[in-house]
Design a protein around this ligand. Structure first.
Ligand SMILES: [Zn+2]
Length: 252
């Protein structure tokens, strides 16, 4: 009940309550602070869980653009748990990157027992709308939100593609969660590599190309070659940073 929502939470039995959650930063303050931070050259990195939170973050960037014009700060919003459909196209319009933590876009006990009954229809279906964001033309970036979540991007990519938890992360058997919001493997991998590099202004990495830093991981399989249901079983054999091996499977 801490996510800030446009409409009150349900009581779990189909009735509304008088609780709409909290805005961690009041919107009036956010709309004052965002243009000032933007003007000073700061990148705005929001974590927004409810549909009101997402809207207030987008509004704040809109205020910044109105005052300062557009720039290359690459502001982004993480979590994106509940996004009102009216706000989906605003990511592209405002140049705000959608920063996905796709590991959570699956049915599991926390979603089924603690979330869906308290959101109610239709907004229970507005969760993690990565497919809609992609189709709207938004820039997709991705991250883990570690340490509250696994840092393993392959487990999260598994969910982005399949909308079910990866093998080994599963608690019970559930059908895909809002499968129309699934995104393909290439898009998901791009978000977790080039997209993350983009929002971090790391333009010298994120893709493998002549002239870029040799930052890459060597996997135990080609995830494009196998069935999508096995993406999450992919393991990293070696990791290189600027051409130097920093991890090898079996290292202590
Ligand atoms: Zn967070």
């Amino acid at each position: 009940f801490t996510a800030s929502m446009l409409e009150p939470y349900c009581d779990g039995h189909g009735h509304p309550t008088d609780n709409s959650g909290i805005s961690f930063v009041p919107p009036e303050l956010l709309n004052q602070a965002a243009p000032l931070l933007d003007e000073l050259g700061f990148q705005l990195h929001f974590h927004a869980i409810g549909d009101r939170a997402v809207r207030e973050c987008l509004d704040a960037v809109e205020h910044a653009i109105a005052r300062n014009g557009r720039n290359d700060h690459r502001h982004h919003i993480a979590h994106l748990q509940v996004v009102h459909p009216d706000d989906v196209p605003r990511f592209r319009e405002l140049g705000v990157a959608a920063n996905m933590q796709s590991l959570w876009a699956a049915l599991e006990p926390q979603m089924v027992e603690l979330t869906l009954p308290f959101l109610g229809s239709p907004r229970d279906a507005w969760q993690y709308p990565f497919g809609d964001l992609l189709r709207s033309g938004a820039v997709l970036a991705a991250g883990s939100d570690w340490s509250v979540s696994t840092p393993n991007p392959l487990a999260a990519i598994h969910v982005a593609v399949n909308r079910v938890s990866a093998p080994g992360e599963k608690e019970g058997e559930y059908p895909p969660f809002l499968p129309e919001q699934a995104i393909d493997l290439a898009t998901s991998l791009t978000a977790y590599t080039a997209g993350s590099a983009y929002v971090n202004h790391l333009d010298e990495t994120g893709t493998i190309a002549v002239g870029k830093l040799a930052d890459f991981a060597l996997l135990d399989r080609d995830p494009f070659a196998g069935p999508a249901e096995e993406i999450g079983a992919t393991r990293v054999l070696q990791t290189f940073v600027e051409g130097e091996r920093v991890h090898a499977a079996g290292d202590a």
